[in-house]
Design a protein around this ligand. Structure first.
Ligand code: URP
Ligand code: ZN
Ligand code: ZN
Length: 451
């Protein structure tokens, strides 16, 4: 099963690569992985994760070991994570720090999008060097003033440089200063509960920033990728730009198409488990996102895996919702959720499903056809997916170290059975059997523009 074809074949693997597709009854293989009656997919590529990442005075619950074990179990064989530049510090320092931790621990292949929080001209050569060394994408935040947010001039400077050196820009699109004001007013009025996460981040704050990011990218002449898009109005802005032929791309995440802002009202501070930025929205937004996934206004489904524990982490924001560490775990369930609700739910085709979780991110982020494809010469990253197996999602059985599951008790039909990373089986019968540190850095090159 690929993003464009469905066919029955044996996959012959030689070393770490796919050697041939066809029928090979004469070949005496060292090992045969039985996949009759199952789907064989290219390994998932998740271009948006936060492992071992600092946020709001705490650190995400998964490091590069537990997080990538969860990824592997979920059928993802490559992730792209985000080193965060300290203001005033050469971005290569945070890049090297993330690199060292991933190299020691990751069990799937990995790469990095450098976050830029500060860009005096003296850091330009650092960006150029990161691109030359295989990390040709940068992320900036229009949200989180006083922390990661950069102003429009910095965004434009980074975009212009990236246009010159052939890189790619990812944008977190929310109007940070306006949201900051709304949050402060809410707290002053005694509105301190998790539900105010969505009330203080209305769709137009996302749409305005999305339009602004697109305009700045157009001015700079650089392709732009909008991360974790959740609002219909923001998607309208992306759709309009794409209709004009601009190189504008966007991702959404399973939680935005499957969970609604009603979860934020869960009693006993349970709503904190669903606090994220941008926030969960209403079913009308979800329908618009599904349409966008079908019609290619959205090109990728990532997870934005940002796992915190409820106990001791989400609880930090009791009585003060802006202090709740924002984000949800998701790295482990993307394939199963998108298959069950997308494909089985009749919303997207099987080929489109493969495209959204594997082929399109590999193309956009410069590692196709090594990743995201089943073809001779591609890395033998393969997922055997049993479309009939029934599973129940639960924190009791998950690999991620978050202590809750946003989809607790949900029943899915379809599960990852076996996963191969560069020809080696790392998941068997749904259980991890790989080795710490066996994931490798993927040097990425030029982005392939999607049609
Ligand atoms: O709330 C979210 N999305 N947390 C992760 C950090 C980010 O902005 O991507
Ligand atoms: Zn973000
Ligand atoms: Zn994120």
């Amino acid at each position: 099963m690929t993003s464009s074809q469905t066919f029955e074949a044996d996959v012959l693997i030689e070393g770490e690569r796919i050697d041939a597709l066809g029928s090979f009854p004469e070949v005496e293989a060292d090992r045969i992985v039985e996949a009759a009656g199952k789907l064989v997919l290219p390994g998932g590529v998740d271009p948006h994760t936060h492992l071992d990442a600092p946020l709001k005075g705490t650190i995400t619950a998964d490091d590069f070991y537990s997080g990538t074990v969860a990824a592997a179990i979920g059928g993802t064989t490559m992730i792209i994570d985000f080193p965060v530049q300290e203001k005033g510090q050469d971005p290569r320092i945070s890049h090297a720090d993330w690199y060292a931790r991933a190299e020691e621990k990751a069990v799937v292949d990995w790469s990095l999008h450098q976050v830029i929080t500060d860009l005096p001209d003296e850091f330009f050569p650092a960006l150029d060097e990161l691109i030359r060394d295989g990390s040709p994408s940068f992320k900036m935040f229009m949200a989180y003033p006083g922390a990661r947010m950069v102003d429009d001039a910095t965004i434009f400077k980074a975009m212009r440089r990236t246009a010159e050196n052939g890189g790619f820009v990812l944008m977190h699109c929310e109007n940070g200063p306006v949201i900051d004001l709304l949050e402060k007013e809410a707290i002053a009025a005694g509105n301190v509960d998790p539900v105010y996460n969505s009330i203080t981040r209305p769709p137009v704050t996302e749409a305005e920033a999305t339009s602004r990011a697109i305009s700045l990218a157009e001015l700079a002449g650089v392709p732009v990728y909008v991360v974790h898009l959740s609002a219909a109005e923001a998607l309208d802005a992306v759709g309009r730009a794409r209709d004009r032929g601009l190189p504008v791309y966007a991702e959404t995440c399973p939680h935005y198409v499957l969970l609604t802002d009603e979860m934020l009202s869960e009693p006993d501070f349970g709503g904190s488990k669903y606090v994220m930025c941008p926030p969960l929205r209403t079913p009308a937004h979800q329908e618009r996102l599904w349409k966008g996934l079908r019609d290619d206004e959205l090109q990728v489904v990532s997870t934005d895996h940002t796992p915190f524990k409820f106990e001791g982490q989400k609880e930090m924001g009791r009585g003060n919702f802006p202090k709740i560490p924002n984000g949800v775990p998701g790295i482990e369930w993307r394939t199963g959720l998108m298959h069950h609700f997308g494909v089985r739910g009749g919303r997207i085709s099987l080929n489109r499903f493969v495209e959204l979780i594997s082929t399109a991110p590999a193309k956009l982020f410069g590692c196709y056809p090594r990743k995201g494809e089943i073809a001779p010469g591609s890395d033998a990253d393969l997922v055997v997916f049993d479309p009939e197996k029934e599973v129940v999602l639960s924190a009791r059985t998950q690999a991620t170290l978050s202590d809750y599951n946003p989809y607790e008790g949900w029943e899915l039909r379809g599960a990852v059975e076996t996963v191969l990373l560069r020809g080696t089986v790392i998941v068997e019968g749904g259980a991890f059997v790989g080795t710490r540190g066996s994931g490798r850095f993927v040097r990425r090159g030029e982005s392939i523009a999607l049609a």
